[in-house]
Design a protein around this ligand. Sequence first.
Ligand SMILES: CC(=O)[C@@H](O)[C@H](O)COP(=O)(O)O
Ligand SMILES: NCC(=O)COP(=O)(O)O
Length: 236
Amino acid sequence: MATLGVNIDHVATLRQQRGTKYPDPIDAAILVQNAGADQITVHLREDRRHIQDRDVKLLKQILQIPLNLEIGNTKEMIDFALTIRPNMVTLVPEKREERTTEGGLNLNQGFDSLKNTTKILQDNGIPVSLFVEPNLEDIELSMKIGAKMVELHTGRYAEQDGNLADEEFERICKATKQAHKFDLIVHSGHGLHYRNAKRIAKIEGMCDLNIGHSIISYAVLVGLERAVQEMKAIVS
Ligand SMILES: CC(=O)[C@@H](O)[C@H](O)COP(=O)(O)O
Ligand SMILES: NCC(=O)COP(=O)(O)O
């Protein structure tokens, strides 16, 4: 079975929504670590809509489990990663206007630049994963770029039902097999939740699942009763 990386971006989304100091993703990361997560994942977006530079710096200092930093392939982000030195970097595509990451990297278009960035980071001891569509061409390109890992974008699998989800699942299985032939470590993520994650975790050789939005959403619900009871005790 796979290990679990918990993406805590959307704890920061709640904070940024009001410009408050709470909820602090650092507090969340400690709870997540104590609950048994194998890794913390954060996506430092160019527009800083959720996670902030300060969050990443503190996480690197306090975490006892690995920190996976997701960034776009820009000079600003590469310089930041080289300063912070996370345990790994996942290079992801980014569009300011998107609500969330819509697909994998365009490896054909970005080939030279991604190869260069991967080399810089890995030469500095930071292993690189490429966030890619689960297709055979992109797996081969990932190997040619020289990354040690890929993260297969499971968004389409998560959005589909029935036969269409089965077809996507097959694509993920084939991409995983192909990646193993090239000695790439395989992770998966995006849109995974309590009903669709198990099937992906059971794929042979699937290393890690990065899951964020569904876990933070569920945490709001399972924590609400206690939160209301504690406020009720204060106001009454
Ligand atoms: C790259 C990826 O799939 C996730 O990290 C996702 O991007 C979470 O961040 P957003 O919800 O801001 O897209
Ligand atoms: N790389 C995927 C990730 O970190 C979490 O994505 P999501 O579960 O928030 O959709």
